[in-house]
Design a protein around this ligand. Structure first.
Ligand code: FAD
Length: 260
C-alpha cells in the first residue's frame, strides 16, 4: 500500500496551422495581420473572435473604425463582455494520475466541453492499492491507523480473491476480465487511479472556479490548484483575470468574471 498525491500531465493542446490562417487572412483582405498571442490556443480564440466583426483591422467592416491591438487586450475584452464561446475552440488534453475515484466521480459531473478516458478497473487488476490521505485523517493518529489498516485489509482481499479464483492460470482474457471486474467491487472509492481529461478554455475556467473553491473536496482542490499553476503560465491571457487566495494551504482561484 502506498500514499500518493495527485499528478497533472498536460499532454496535448491546440496548434495553429499557420498556412491556413494566412490563407484565410488573404481571403478576407487582411494579409498583414499577425498576433502576439503567447500560445496557439490563445491565437485561435483571437482569430475566431475577430472574424465575428472582421475586426482584424479598421475598414474590413465599414462599421468598424477602431480595433483592439494585441492578444492580451483582445482576450481581456472577450472575458469582460462574456463572449465565452470563442474560448471553446482551443482544447487542452490532461492526464490526471494518482487521483481517487472520489475525484473522478466529481470530475465527470462536468459534461459541457469535456472528453474523458478512464483507467478500466474491469481490465486492470488491482494487486496493490494506493491512496491520497486527506488532512483530517493524516493529522489524527487513530484515524490514520484505521485508514491504513482498512486499506491494507482491502489490498490483501484483492490478492486472496485472485488466488482463490486462480486468475493467473485462467486461460482466456475474458475470464480474467470478468474476475477482475468482480474483485473491484470490494475496492475502496479512495483508491488511486488515472483519468484522461480534455476540455476547452471556457470549460476549464468554470471548472477551476468551482473546484478550487473552499467548499469543494480537498483532493480535487489540490488537483485543480495544480492545473491552474500550469495553465496560468502557459496561457497567461486566458487566465489573467484570476486572483489566488490561500485557504487551508490550498489555492482558491477566483475571478469577478465567473462562467463567461
Ligand atoms: C462544492 C461542490 C459540491 C457539490 N455537491 C454535490 C452533491 O452533493 N451532489 C451532486 O449530485 N452534485 C454535487 N456537485 C456537482 C454539481 O451539482 C455539478 O453537477 C457539477 O459541479 C458540474 O457543474 P455544472 O453543472 O456547472 O456542469 P458543467 O458540465 O461543468 O457545465 C457548465 C455549464 O454549462 C451549462 N450546462 C451544462 N449542461 C447543461 C444542461 N444539460 N442543461 C442546461 N445547461 C447546462 C450550465 O450553465 C453549467 O453550469 C457539487 C459540486 C461542487 C463544486
Amino acid at each position: 500500500m502506498k500514499f500518493v498525491q495527485p499528478k497533472v500531465f498536460l499532454i496535448g493542446e491546440t496548434r495553429v496551422v499557420k498556412e491556413g490562417v494566412e490563407a484565410y487572412l488573404e481571403h478576407l483582405g487582411a494579409p498583414g495581420w499577425s498576433t502576439d498571442a503567447p500560445s496557439d490556443g490563445e491565437a485561435v480564440s483571437e482569430v475566431m473572435g475577430r472574424l465575428c466583426y472582421r475586426s482584424f483591422e479598421p475598414g474590413l467592416n465599414p462599421n468598424v473604425t477602431r480595433v483592439r491591438q494585441g492578444n492580451a487586450a483582445y482576450i481581456e475584452n472577450i472575458i469582460r463582455v462574456g463572449h465565452g464561446s470563442v474560448l471553446e475552440h482551443p482544447v487542452l488534453n490532461f492526464i490526471f494520475a494518482d487521483v481517487s475515484r472520489v475525484v473522478t466521480h466529481e470530475l465527470v459531473r462536468h459534461r459541457a466541453g469535456t472528453a474523458v478516458s478512464q483507467e478500466s478497473l474491469r481490465f486492470v487488476r488491482l494487486d496493490a492499492l494506493s491512496a491520497y490521505v486527506p488532512t483530517q485523517i493524516r493529522e489524527n493518529e487513530q484515524g490514520m491507523e484505521i485508514f491504513v489498516r482498512t486499506l491494507e485489509q482491502l489490498e490483501t482481499l484483492q490478492r486472496e480473491l485472485a488466488t482463490l479464483y486462480g486468475i493467473d492460470e485462467a486461460g482466456s482474457f475474458d475470464t480474467k476480465k470478468k474476475l477482475t471486474s468482480a474483485f473491484r467491487r470490494v475496492a475502496p472509492i479512495g483508491l488511486a487511479t488515472t483519468i484522461g481529461w480534455s476540455c476547452n478554455f471556457r470549460t476549464l475556467r468554470h471548472v477551476i472556479e468551482l473546484r478550487t473553491d473552499p467548499h469543494a473536496e480537498e483532493e480535487i482542490r489540490y488537483l485543480f490548484g495544480e492545473v491552474f499553476r500550469i495553465v496560468r503560465e502557459r496561457y497567461p491571457n486566458v487566465f489573467a483575470d484570476y486572483e489566488v487566495e490561500t485557504v487551508d494551504n490550498l489555492p482558491w482561484v477566483k475571478t469577478s468574471h465567473g462562467k463567461v
